[in-house]
Design a protein. Sequence first.
Length: 155
Amino acid sequence: MMKSDGAVERSFPYPASSCGFTYIGLLILVALMSIVLAATGLVWHTETQREKERELLFAGEQFRRAIGAYYDRSPGEKKWPGKLEDLLHDRRFPTTQRYLRRLYVDPMTGSADWGLVKGPESEIVGVYKSLGPNPVQAGKPRSPPRKLFRGAALQ
């Protein structure tokens, strides 16, 4: 409503100096919530990356053990596997010999494409992650147990 002197009469009981404080407070609250959600997203992403790396280390350890068992249990002359499928079913024995239950998928990429470490006769002596993002745990890699190398010497 207009007063006789041309001023606008307010229809709510709050003073004019307090107008907009609720709006500013709400904007600050939304900004703080956005910052907290962004930080939570970063933590969640890092944690899922670490979980995938744990799965990758597990799969690598399973491949390492299976390749070592294939070599150690070779009848006659010691041989490395020619392909990863040889670790699922070893046809060198009359009975079924399995060193892996399944071929593991790289959890970082979701594919079964592993980099193969080849020996002098193109046999598989190891596997590695061939593609995908760099790991979070980029420090010193875990070393295999020392007992594997006891008594081993280059000839």
